[in-house]
Design a protein around this ligand. Structure first.
Ligand SMILES: NC(=O)c1ccc[n+]([C@@H]2O[C@H](COP(=O)([O-])OP(=O)(O)OC[C@H]3O[C@@H](n4cnc5c(N)ncnc54)[C@H](OP(=O)(O)O)[C@@H]3O)[C@@H](O)[C@H]2O)c1
Length: 388
């Protein structure tokens, strides 16, 4: 199989940039770590699909890989990873046993890197799954089990579809978990309409879209005016996180808690989507209503959180940590593209060459929506009408 251009992250690049940044994760310039490389595609197996990549979105695990802020995954994987676990592609060829796809189909990926006996991933593709090669490349050979037909008729444009392969299944999974846990405790006849809150970020935004689609009240606590505005247009009420100094002190958390009581008529939030970015966890717990559920799938940089077990047990609050959807759940989440999920896209669609800069700007938290990079110049006829 040929060699194709693809981005990689190496332990050497991580070490050099960490030294330049003086060991401070905030100072790391990810565009110095995510570098254009060459990838030799593996031989096609009977269950494989050969595809060319049309567009990709920026995901946080690339940032975790480049900054090595949680674990140094490039090191664990032998010194180099080819990242990228959210992509939209066109099928070029299929192995002899593949019946679900044919050349010319437009597909999206999921990143369940190997299900456990319940269907949940033990590993994530292009991150910690053994031998997994990501989709920040011009072409890829991948098992057909890892692809889903792109819902080209869903009403979203191409960049919006490309924003969802990783974030939508994450949000879908968190939504069904949080709601399911809450409903074990409080049946519908006791509390029909729920107050649902998410902190800033693409996954939270989609979680809140699940909430409004089912008739609940939704609140988006974000520091980004552009992203709050976009959600307000859908009927999701904004709360300015910076008005509470991103919860820098106990007084800020207390003031936020008071605001939550005010906007919810004294009740608090029944469901909180807490991606654990920055110091939001304490504020998320304070915001919880009695019987509330706090669901997260992010990683604290310290990987450790603290809470008062007495207060949480008296309030009957459940704290739930999730990872990523089952393969079936990823298919189900894809059915909601356009009907429920209407993602906000960053104003610039990045060129392939600018993917490292897209990641650097994501790290700086200056984007107005989910960042997308266009990988293919020449788009197939099937998607040309979807390019805004
Ligand atoms: N387990 C999984 O399967 C899984 C899947 C997807 C994501 N995740 C994790 O979940 C987290 C969020 O992912 P995402 O895709 O939603 O991210 P995203 O779309 O890039 O959004 C990240 C958000 O974090 C907020 N933020 C940044 N710095 C902050 C700070 N210092 N304090 C408070 N908030 C801050 C920003 O919100 P503002 O609007 O307030 O600025 C930003 O919009 C990441 O850690 C990611 O690794 C896990």
């Amino acid at each position: 199989m040929p060699k194709v251009p693809a981005y990689s992250i190496t332990t050497d690049a991580i070490a050099t940039e960490a030294e330049r940044a003086g060991g401070d994760v905030e100072n790391i310039d990810i565009s110095n770590v995510l570098k254009l490389d060459e990838l030799e595609l593996r031989e096609m197996g009977p269950d494989d699909v050969h595809m060319r990549i049309l567009a990709v979105s920026c995901e946080h695990n690339i940032q975790h890989a480049a900054t090595a802020d949680t674990i140094n995954i490039a090191d664990v994987r032998g010194g180099r990873v080819f990242p990228g676990n959210s992509a939209l592609g066109e099928v070029l060829a299929v192995g002899e046993r593949v019946t679900k796809f044919k050349a010319g189909d437009v597909v999206i990926t999921h990143c369940n890197g190997g299900p456990d006996k319940y269907g949940f991933p033990t590993r994530i593709w292009a991150y910690d799954a053994e031998d997994s090669v990501g989709w920040y490349g011009k072409e890829s050979v991948v098992g057909a089990w890892q692809l889903i037909h792109a819902p080209l008729e869903c009403g979203l444009n191409l960049w919006e579809i490309a924003a969802l392969p990783l974030r939508a299944p994450t949000a879908y999974h968190m939504w069904r978990r949080a709601l399911g846990i809450y409903r074990i405790k409080v049946p519908r006849e006791r509390q029909g309409t729920l107050n649902v809150m998410g902190f800033g970020g693409g996954v939270s935004e989609l979680f809140l879209m699940n909430a409004i689609a089912e008739g609940h009240n939704a609140y988006f606590c974000s520091g980004s005016p552009a992203r709050r505005d976009a959600l307000e247009k859908l009927g999701i009420q904004g709360i300015d996180q910076k008005a509470f100094n991103r919860f820098a002190s106990r007084d800020d958390v207390k003031a936020f808690s008071k605001e939550v009581k005010k906007v919810t008529g004294g009740e608090g939030m029944h469901l909180v989507c807490d991606m654990l970015r920055g110091p939001v966890f304490e504020a998320g717990l304070q915001a919880a209503a009695r019987m509330g559920v706090n669901v997260s799938s992010g990683w604290q940089l310290s990987q450790v959180v603290q809470y008062n077990t007495t207060v949480m047990s008296v309030k009957q609050v459940t704290i739930d940590h999730t990872h990523y959807e089952t393969v079936e759940g990823c298919e189900a989440a894809t059915e909601l593209y356009g009907r429920v999920y209407k993602p906000t896209i960053h104003e610039e669609v990045y060129a392939w060459e600018d993917l490292p800069r897209a990641h650097h700007e994501m790290h700086l938290n200056v984007q107005t929506g989910i960042p997308i990079a266009r990988v293919a110049d020449d788009m197939p006829a099937a998607v040309k009408g979807l390019i805004p």
